[in-house]
Write a protein that binds this ligand. Structure first.
Ligand SMILES: [Fe+2]
Length: 295
């Protein structure tokens, strides 16, 4: 019986094997590992769903549009990564924290450089007249419970309409952002408005993907933080309002139990709060951040 030898690369699996071989000579071992694993998984996915040519073109157009949607104010690729849960998987792999250290969560697409340095009690929301005035206070601590003086808190959130400053086309001004420092006892004090749940931007390809798959675009109310201090590992995280209806179904999968915090509403005048110019109704929330020493 004659064996008929197939010419090189005629089956789907031959192509996969050949592409993998082409990356064998990659000098940098980590790059080789990443490229070969990417090819293996990408080919397996295409074979698994038996992707049609129309679907392939649709995917190309989707990714092209995702790129076109990006600007210095809009990051549609981060939104895509967030809504596919990839950002949270990357977060969990990279920030395995010791018990007691504040857990991290997604960075999200709305951080901006250059937030103003504000004093303790400084108001991040001077132009938000609709929101419920809120004071967030707490301490930045070591794993042993010692205060960290001079820690920096880079803070940002959406306004009471559920929009970040960068989502207002008519202005470039920073709003609802601030950088705070802890005092000698590790304490910080932030004046803002109570965060509200908001929809991620749905006017782009990510929004279309959500609606085509019957997924809602909502994120539970939260405030973003990057907390850092000399000699400690910084943490990128949020605090979430425990009264929020979307805690269980955050569209970017970012909620962790340890980051949920109570926003207490006050309806009667309190002298302590009046010192900060807070008249009822207002809210207070307390949250301590715990950082792990480097190394
Ligand atoms: Fe956010």
């Amino acid at each position: 019986m004659t064996t008929i030898l197939k010419p090189h690369g005629t089956t789907e699996d031959d192509i996969t094997a050949e592409v993998l071989r082409r990356f064998d000579a990659t000098g940098e071992p980590r790059l080789r590992q990443i490229m070969q694993s990417l090819v293996r998984h990408l080919h397996a996915f295409v074979k698994d769903v038996e992707l049609t040519e129309a679907e392939w073109m649709n995917a190309i157009q989707f990714l092209t549009e995702t790129g076109h949607m990006c600007s210095d104010k809009r990051q549609e690729f981060i939104l895509l990564s967030d809504t596919l849960g990839v950002s949270m998987v990357v977060d969990l792999i990279n920030h395995r924290k010791p018990e007691g250290a504040t857990e991290s969560t997604v960075f999200g697409p709305f951080h901006r450089e250059g937030a103003p340095e504000l004093p303790a009690g400084g108001n991040m929301a001077p132009r938000d007249m609709k929101g419920i005035p809120t004071v967030v206070s707490g301490r930045v601590l070591t794993l042993d419970g010692e205060p960290i003086a001079g820690a920096r808190l880079d803070v940002w959130q959406a306004d009471s309409s559920g929009l970040y400053d960068s989502q207002y086309a008519e202005t470039d001004e920073l709003h609802l952002r601030g950088q705070f420092r802890t005092d000698e006892e590790g304490r910080f004090l932030i004046r803002t408005v109570r965060p509200v749940y908001y929809a991620i931007p749905t006017d782009g390809p990510v929004g279309r993907m959500l609606s085509a798959t019957n997924r809602h675009p909502w994120r539970p109310a939260h405030i973003h933080f990057v907390v850092s201090a000399e000699g400690y590992e910084p943490v990128t995280t949020h605090i979430f309002d425990d009264a929020d209806p979307y805690l269980e179904s955050d569209t970017v999968f970012a909620v962790k139990d340890s980051l949920i915090c109570t926003f207490v509403r006050h309806d009667i005048r309190e002298p302590e709060a009046a010192r900060f110019g807070l008249e009822p109704p207002f809210c207070t929330a307390r949250f301590d951040f715990v950082l792990k020493r480097r190394g």
